[in-house]
Design a protein around this ligand. Structure first.
Ligand SMILES: *[C@@H]1O[C@H](CO)[C@@H](O)[C@H](O)[C@H]1NC(C)=O
Length: 745
């Protein structure tokens, strides 16, 4: 503790009440007020508000609990990362991991990925090959545009930054600033300002069919990069909307729709080409300009014509779930009178509500790293998932299993597990929890908790349990009291909980203080709390806390599911079940690549896995090694009941054959990764897996084969349990019940 120079708690600890009332200024106008100003100034007042606000009965997206900062957590507002250009009021939680975070971080000129379009601010950059602009660059790349690594099978591809079209204004100059407001999970407004007056506002929502720019008293310019336009047609009038067909510098077709406010007289002939790269509009223009890539000629144009004038400004997620089935919807807030056209991702199309199938159009555009997106007519995108792991609990699981089934292990297996568990528990109780890292501490806690679960539910040894449980509660108690080496801190700048460690060293603890990988770090704590709460329900009454991470990681969802189950929060468990079902689908669409997968370019697919999936590139690697055996194993860890849902037999088998059994590669896998890979083998061959964890190799066992987040005890139970379930599989009829009527509205 000596070296820790943390905040002086007497000075910095502030209750939320005193924090809020210490501000004597009048409450700031909310972003919603400002938002309606914006729409009025663009001549837009019509919303589909009634439909947007429609919440289905039984919606599972309900608040967990009223926000309260626990008294043992100090508050600070000096996060090292500045909130560049953020205009929402200061009480708002910001989305540090959202698709648009790059517009308020660093230089503000990195792309944000709406799919199929990306937009990035030019910021006057003069780099080689960049057309200098203070406006917004729009890019949509095709497969042939990607930059590939060497070889017929390329281990990496990158989607390029291009300047297909640029929405700008003559007024934008080197004093231009970029600000954002209305930060929501699926949308944000991006403003380009001159002398603090927003000249252009881009309302961006994931999946929008047009990039829409709202102009306020500005002289629009629409540009293309490179050698300039290859074609520019005369205006076609659609009511008050003027449509222009252009071909960008790569000879690709785009449509431009100019929608002036109703009070403005607009002369369509005023949009003129002043040089090869630039179309210039009339001065003091007010209204929206929308652009879209048209891959389908007249057919595509007819679709876009019908949608022009309307845009989505927000999206809201709702869902209902019952047992293994759920229905989730993105409700879009539509501005304008035309029907709304949106792009759906491949995993949405796979699970699309059958009622929406007739609304799909033939417009498909390539995204950077998510395959093709399909345009669909709807202001409510609804998908059905029928594979929720509602019966999954702490132990080995099969989708056909009913709830509360106890697996019966053979006596010799139990005896071996019992001896191993006793050893593992003794070792775990004597090893300190790693003090410098939430990630490693979490793994240590989760291993400890998991051994105790085995002792209770598999072995039924209460004597052994009680000693271990007391020790685990004591160790976790230090973290609950925030007395660990690097305490948690409530960061009042971004509104989250972070480790103090990174206030000195940004890279400390895998970037925890910078909100990196919180779902990895804290899911192990949530899981540990769920196990303790299950083993000792009274413990839950001593401690009313909760940790939630919005996460794309299976174990994090599983930990939340089990926490929800144990504390009796049915909606939390349903949300996690739905997250797991969507994750299972999307991992198998975008990340696990069978030889016949067609989502990514053919030149990448034979790698078999999207090693690191970025927004603009996919790289068959990890952050620490290029060894294929480890690249794949990094997508297995930690083996837990949700792995059974997310990692299907056919993928695991193909991966095993090509990566591990081929050429005996498994023999060269070292350390904890060996245990991970053998535990993964249990998904297709649980007997072989059990044999490894019981007998080792040629009778030799090395404890280093067990990763710090797992134990030999767990792996034995895992493999033995899956063996038992595998044996029974033939006799359990799979339930293909029909959609329960209560869910359809
Ligand atoms: C529980 O474990 C301890 C230590 O291995 C052992 O002595 C005891 O017999 C076990 N009790 C039961 C009921 O299995």
């Amino acid at each position: 503790m000596g070296e820790y120079q943390g905040p002086d708690r007497r000075k910095s600890v502030t209750t939320l009440e005193s924090y809020k009332t210490s501000d004597s200024k009048p409450p700031p106008r909310t972003w919603r007020d400002r938002r309606s100003d914006l729409l009025t100034s663009l001549g837009r007042t019509t919303f589909t508000a009634a439909k947007f606000n429609e919440i289905p009965p039984g919606d599972i997206f309900v608040p967990i609990q009223a926000d309260e900062i626990l008294p043992q957590i100090p508050i600070g507002n000096h996060h090292p990362v500045p909130r560049t250009g953020i205009e929402d009021d200061d009480l708002r939680t910001l989305h540090t991991n959202s698709f648009y975070a790059d517009v308020f971080l660093d230089g503000q000129h990195q792309p944000i990925w709406l799919h199929p379009y990306a937009v990035w601010w030019g910021k006057g950059r003069q780099d080689l090959n960049i057309f200098p602009t203070w406006g917004m660059n729009i890019v949509q790349a095709d497969e042939g545009d990607f930059h590939y690594g060497p070889g017929d099978v390329s281990k990496v591809f990158i989607s390029p930054h291009k300047q297909s079209l640029i929405l700008s204004a003559a007024e934008l100059d080197p004093q231009t600033t970029l600000t954002t407001d209305n930060h929501l999970p699926f949308s944000v407004n991006i403003n380009l300002k001159v002398q603090n007056e927003p000249k252009i506002t881009f309302p961006v929502v994931q999946g929008i069919a047009f990039i829409t720019a709202g102009y306020r008293n500005a002289m629009p310019t629409i540009q293309t990069g490179g050698k300039g336009y290859t074609d520019f047609s005369k205006a076609v009038m659609l009511g008050r909307t003027a449509k222009y067909r252009v071909k960008d510098y790569e000879n690709r077709d785009w449509l431009i729709y100019v929608n002036p406010v109703s009070t403005m007289t607009y002369d369509s002939a005023r949009f003129i080409k002043i040089d090869s790269n630039t179309l210039l509009g009339p001065p003091a223009f007010r209204g929206t300009i929308q652009v879209a890539r048209n891959p389908l000629g007249a057919k595509g144009e007819a679709i876009y014509d019908r949608a022009a004038g309307t845009f989505a400004s927000e999206a809201r997620l709702t869902a209902v779930a019952h047992d293994t089935k759920a229905m989730y919807s993105f409700n879009y807030k539509k501005v304008g009178k035309s029907p709304l056209l949106m792009f759906a991702l491949p995993h949405h199309i796979q699970s699309l509500d059958p009622d929406l199938r007739p609304q799909m159009t033939d417009i498909r555009l390539r995204t950077s790293t998510k395959g093709f997106r399909t345009a669909i007519w709807t202001d409510k995108l609804t998908c059905l998932e029928t594979n929720l792991p509602s019966t999954m609990s702490f132990g080995p699981w099969a989708p056909s299993m009913s709830a509360n089934v106890k697996i019966r292990y053979p006596p010799d297996v139990l005896a071996f597990i019992s001896a191993t568990a006793e050893r593992d528990l003794r070792r775990t109780m004597n090893e300190p929890i790693p003090p410098d890292s939430y990630y490693y501490a979490g793994k240590s806690f989760a291993r400890f908790a998991n051994i105790l679960w085995v002792i209770k539910d598999v072995l039924g040894n209460d004597t052994l349990l009680s000693a271990g449980l007391a020790k685990l509660q004591k160790e976790l108690g230090k973290y609950i009291d925030n007395q660990q080496r690097y305490p948690l801190y409530y960061d009042d700048s971004w509104k989250g909980i972070v480790s103090f460690a990174g206030f000195r060293d940004p890279l400390a603890d895998h970037g925890n203080t910078y909100y990196n990988d919180h779902h990895f770090h804290f899911s192990y704590f949530v899981y540990t709390a769920a196990v303790i709460g299950y083993l000792d329900p009274r413990w839950l009454e001593q401690d009313g806390k909760d940790q939630e991470s919005s996460s794309e990681d299976g174990f994090a969802s599983y930990a939340i599911k089990m926490w929800g189950k144990v504390i009796g929060d049915a909606n939390m468990e349903k949300r996690a079940n739905l997250m797991l079902a969507v994750q299972a689908r999307s991992f198998n669409t975008y990340i696990y690549l069978l030889h016949n997968s067609d989502i990514h370019p053919g030149r990448y697919t034979p790698n078999g896995l999207a090693g690191i999936l970025f927004e603009n590139k996919i790289d068959y690697t990890t952050w620490f090694t290029d060894d294929p055996a480890i690249i794949h194993a990094a997508h297995m860890i930690p083996l837990n009941p949700s792995s059974i849902l997310t990692r299907p037999h056919h993928f695991v088998q193909e991966e095993w054959d090509t990566v591990y059994s081929h050429g005996g590669a498994i023999d060269n896998v070292q350390d904890g990764w060996k245990g991970v890979v053998y535990a993964n083998l249990a998904l297709i061959d649980p007997r072989q897996s059990f044999k490894f964890f019981r007998d080792g190799i040629d009778g030799y066992w090395d404890e280093r084969w067990i990763d710090g987040g797992a134990s030999r005890t767990w792996y034995l139970v895992w493999a033995a349990g899956l063996s038992e379930l595998d044996t029974r599989k033939g006799s359990v009829a799979s339930s293909k019940d029909r959609w329960p009527s209560g869910l359809r509205r």
